[in-house]
Design a protein around this ligand. Structure first.
Ligand code: FAD
Ligand code: NAD
Length: 479
């Protein structure tokens, strides 16, 4: 017998792409019994990205910030289908999504499978790719920091550099190259990673391999005149001073133009406006220069005439409907709604859509009931006065349900870790802003992120990881 849950033909099929902040925000709050819900994502877990930089040094173990999508969906009232696959294209005319199960790295011998899923409603929450701006050598030579695999690779490569630098007979020049860790991009990802790396060396490597630790260096390269451009001026200054105290070499107004196997080549704008070429050798290069479009999004943009000027993602209206389409919504980093591409925005957008869809289902149910009652009135069945009152009350409720306010983002503040148990926080405070940096902010940062973890299980694991690292140091074994 076919044990699979069959879709209910009376319900609309809602297809959700992705299992990140936006899509999971939607799934968590959606009344799934109203729709046939299908989730498609190549990643069968939700990832709590704010703590990903801590996984690169082993301060936090990667599984502590992952939550399986199967666990998330198990708690829903009605069953939700999940397919581990990538959406390769959307056909808005035929209302189908093409999905590909790329078997690479899965069961040996399995073939790539491709199929189509028809939808009545589609939510695109596929996030973004790493931007490289077509700079030569970036993809071949650097590590990104977006997914669990990236953090694991960085963790391995850090120890690679350390062990190779301590190898017998290594030249001074090669030791200096291997021990220079270059981070490109002074946004929050780059700054947080640089801070975590510095902590790792100060707290662990220095004790374990003292003979090479004084050669350790972090170079942070940023094209703009300052790091953390989205933070207030006071916090930018505080961050730059703290990073300098931590011996992180910040190179501002320096734009990387080319990457080769052991060095980055950058153009520096000097104080007098002239430009200079700079070559920085590296052992490990982490590239964190922000977001670019995913192929499935680029493909869809090309199919919608109304999106011909969209460069940064799918332009959506105030109800998150993709402009120029019907029945397609977009959330998170792949949507352009006028907000920064952050987890906070994505998650609020997902929650908003859940409310909208829950309301839409209620509207349909109410309209159906009103139609039914009206026809019974016409046929003069039952007590017509009672029926008329019920219709009136239903219509009143319907007006209230239909009056959904457009999406409005509520900013809870920006937080970033900057190393040596210090963090910066820009938090809206009454009508102004509260900016703070330092050790107290670090405690605030930790407690805020701990409370935001997806589940109690995640919370306990993260807390234990922090305690474990404090008590025994980070685990430096290279798997
Ligand atoms: P994602 O969370 O990236 O999820 C996208 C999902 O789509 C994934 O499940 C992916 O597997 C899936 N997918 C990809 N391609 C396809 C496809 N073709 N078909 C179907 N599914 C697909 N923001 C903050 O607000 N605070 C922070 O502290 C913070 N820290 C961060 C730290 C790091 C290291 C990084 C990288 C980002 C951080 N962010 C933070 C930003 C935040 O993570 C993103 O803005 C957020 O993840 C966007 O959510 P999303 O749902 O759009 O995309
Ligand atoms: P970002 O876009 O915020 O920063 C990228 C930086 O790279 C920019 O400052 C840019 O000037 C620089 N850059 C680009 N090309 C360069 C080049 N060739 N050479 C040198 N510098 C170059 O990217 P991000 O840090 O990855 O963040 C992405 C999004 O995720 C942002 O919206 C951010 O707010 C969010 N995020 C938030 C947090 C947090 O709140 N703690 C942490 C990580 C990410």
């Amino acid at each position: 017998p076919n044990e699979q849950v069959q879709p209910d033909p009376a319900k609309k099929t809602l297809v959700v792409l992705g299992t990140g902040w936006g899509s999971v925000g939607l799934l968590k709050n959606l009344d799934t019994e109203n729709y046939n819900v299908i989730v498609v994502s190549p990643r069968n877990y939700f990832l709590f990205t704010p703590l990903l930089p801590s996984c690169t040094t082993g301060l936090i173990e990667h599984r502590s910030i992952m939550e399986p999508v199967r666990t998330i969906l198990r708690h829903k009232k009605a069953a939700v289908k999940y397919y581990e696959a990538e959406a390769s294209s959307v056909d808005p005319e035929r209302k189908v999504v093409k999905i590909v199960d790329n078997a690479d790295g899965k069961t040996k011998g399995a073939k790539t499978a491709e199929t189509e899923i028809p939808y009545d409603m589609l939510v695109i929450g596929v996030g973004a790719e790493n931007a490289t701006f077509g700079i030569p050598g970036v993809r071949e030579n650097s590590c990104f920091l977006k997914e669990i695999g990236d953090a694991q690779l960085i963790r391995k490569k850090i120890m690679d550099c350390v062990e190779r630098a301590s190898f017998k007979g290594q030249t001074q020049e090669e030791i200096d190259r291997l021990m220079n860790f270059v981070v490109v991009g002074g946004g929050p990802t780059g700054v947080e990673f640089a801070g975590e790396l510095r902590d790792f060396f100060e707290e662990d490597i220095k004790q374990l391999i003292p003979e090479i630790s004084h050669r350790f260096k972090v170079t942070l390269i940023e094209a703009l005149p300052n790091v953390l451009p989205s933070f207030s001026k006071q916090l930018i200054e505080y961050t730059e001073n703290t990073l300098r105290e931590e011996n992180i070499d910040i190179k501002l107004k320096t734009m990387v133009k080319r990457v080769t196997e052991g060095a980055v080549e950058a153009e520096v704008v000097k104080a007098d406006g002239t430009k200079e070429l700079l070559k920085v050798p590296y052992g490990l290069l982490v590239w964190a220069t922000g977001n670019a479009l995913r192929p499935v999004v680029r493909d869809l943009l090309g199919k919608i005439p109304a999106q011909k000027d969209s460069r940064r993602g799918l332009a959506v209206n105030e109800y998150l409907v993709v402009q120029g389409t019907r029945d397609i919504w977009a959330v998170g980093d792949c949507a352009v709604a006028g907000y920064a591409p952050t987890a906070q925005v994505a998650s609020q957008e997902g929650t908003f859509l859940a409310r909208l869809f829950n309301n839409m289902a209620k509207t349909d149910a109410h309209e159906g009931r009103i139609k039914e009652l009206s026809s019974s009135l016409n046929l003069k069945q039952g007590n017509s006065a009672e029926v008329a009152t019920e219709i009136e009350s239903l219509e009143k409720q319907l007006r209230r349900i239909k009056d959904v306010k457009p999406f409005k983002y509520s900013h809870q503040g920006s937080l970033a870790y900057i190393g040596s148990e210090k963090a910066v926080a820009d938090v809206p405070w009454f009508n102004g802003n509260f900016a703070a940096g330092g050790s107290l902010t670090f405690l605030f940062w930790r407690s805020a992120y701990l409370s935001m973890c997806f589940s109690s299980r995640n919370r306990v694991l993260v807390l234990l990881d922090w305690l474990k690292s404090k008590a025994f140091g980070r685990d430096v074994s290279r798997e």
